[in-house]
Write a new protein. Structure first.
Length: 164
């Protein structure tokens, strides 16, 4: 492995950590900043109530904005007082000088302990020296019967599932 390959892999890991930290803390601009302008963020292999697809930084921003709903009187989309996504095994494959793919396992902890888990299937593109997510598919493998996020995706959807 070359030094350039090592630097690329570390840059990709940094982007994954930035995504996780910004998402857990609802730092919307930081979260959106890890994506390319034409990025796709979508679920895959999940029940219809958890299905979503956002195809641009602007759409991802709008979706993230619906998670906090500050002062609009609408209840939070979940019951957790905190969430912490932990990244585990990550297999990164460099596919070109400025492109890569990755598969990364994750588990989310909330007030109940392990809440839900799955894996990310990612495509990355290097832009301006930074590795950004150009396509992220989120797979849900398991969710606790006591999950505090059971209705979160549904309640943050721009379009209700029956209208999709």
């Amino acid at each position: 492995m070359t030094v350039e390959e090592l630097l690329a892999r570390e840059g990709i890991r940094q982007t994954m950590a930035d995504y996780t930290m910004a998402g857990d803390r609802l730092r919307i601009d930081d979260f959106v900043g890890v994506f390319t302008e034409d990025a796709v963020l979508e679920s895959e292999g999940v029940p219809e109530s958890d299905a979503f697809r956002y195809a641009s930084r602007a759409e991802i921003h709008d979706w993230m904005s619906r998670w906090s709903r500050p002062g609009d009187g609408t209840p939070k989309p979940h019951q957790a007082t905190f969430i912490r996504h932990h990244l585990a095994t990550s297999q990164i494959q460099l596919t070109g000088p400025d492109t890569a793919k990755a598969r990364t396992y994750w588990v989310a902890y909330t007030d109940i302990g392990p809440d839900h888990c799955g894996y990310y299937l990612d495509a990355f593109r290097r832009e301006g020296g930074r590795w950004l997510i150009s396509h992220r598919r989120i797979r849900l493998d398991w969710r606790s019967d006591q999950s505090l996020y059971t209705q979160a995706i549904l309640s943050t959807a721009a379009t209700p599932p029956g209208d999709r």
